[in-house]
Write a protein that binds this ligand. Structure first.
Ligand SMILES: Nc1nonc1C(=O)N[C@H]1C[C@@H]1c1ccc(S(N)(=O)=O)cc1
Length: 247
């Protein structure tokens, strides 16, 4: 997969994509991340990339000409057509379901807004999809781009050493993940790891993990649970969790 990012801060994108799982995925050739600065597509002496917004009032908008020229260069950089995504608070909230869909595409182009964003006509003409990473306003879309690069990059085949760990991430099956534990078995405060995890009984461990994932989702994100149709076995596990929790 190739991801091109239009940003006034390429160094941020390169740094975010150079570490961890995504950095390793780049080294393995599983993903290629390229950053493009619209400032390199300006023609005035001041290399202006922002303009006043029509109608007066505070706030600037990113200059359209450098964005248009930068996007044209991105599109023609490689033959593969790209899905062009604009990071904005006005976009659809990013979900793991959408991340899984995006991870299957051959190429993405992420447009990072700054200031108050970009001209609406540019959105209509050039943007395929608007995505928000949350209901808050950032100083730039670069953090959103980094989120998409990481979430999509880690799902590339071969990116995770233990592919299974992606399969049981939170949201992968609509649920939050179960709790995780590591050494020591009993910590300095005397708190012990749940005995079932030390039992070697893989069926019991799987049941415990599913029960905890269902219960944790019920407690923390009932909205996710409301969207699900639970199997008879899941309903029994959740009822058991609820009985214990409410006892
Ligand atoms: N949340 C977010 N998820 O992704 N990007 C997010 C974000 O805050 N980007 C902001 C810098 C840019 C921006 C873009 C558009 C608008 S506007 N006027 O359209 O509301 C306001 C601010």
């Amino acid at each position: 997969m190739r991801i091109d990012v239009l940003t006034l801060f390429p160094e941020f994108i390169h740094a975010a994509a150079a570490v961890g799982v995504v950095g390793r995925a780049q080294q393995r050739g599983l993903i290629e991340v390229a950053a493009w600065n619209p400032r390199d597509f300006t023609h005035d002496n001041y290399r202006r990339v922002d303009e006043r917004t029509f109608g007066g009032g505070p706030g600037m908008v990113m200059s359209t000409r450098p964005l248009t020229d930068c996007l044209a260069a991105i599109r023609t950089a490689v033959p593969e057509p790209a899905r062009v995504i604009y990071l904005t608070p006005q976009g659809a909230r990013l979900t793991q379901r959408r991340v899984r869909e995006l991870a299957l595409l051959p190429r993405l182009a992420l447009v990072c807004g700054r200031y108050e964003g970009i001209d609406e006509r540019l959105i209509a003409r050039e943007i395929d999809e608007e995505i928000s990473i949350g209901d808050y306003v950032l100083s730039g879309g670069e953090l959103g781009a980094a989120v998409i690069i990481d979430a999509v990059g880690r799902l590339q085949p071969g990116a995770l050493n233990d592919a299974d760990s992606a399969a049981h991430d939170s949201f992968e099956d609509g649920l939050l993940d179960c709790p995780h534990y590591t050494r020591p078995e009993v910590d300095a405060q005397g708190d012990a790891v749940p005995a079932v995890l030390l039992s070697g009984d893989h069926a019991a461990i799987a049941r415990w993990r599913r029960r905890e994932a269902l219960g944790r989702t019920w407690l923390r994100r009932p909205d996710l649970l409301a969207r699900m149709t639970l199997s008879r076995a899941d309903r029994a596990l959740l009822d058991d969790f609820r009985r214990t929790w409410l006892a």
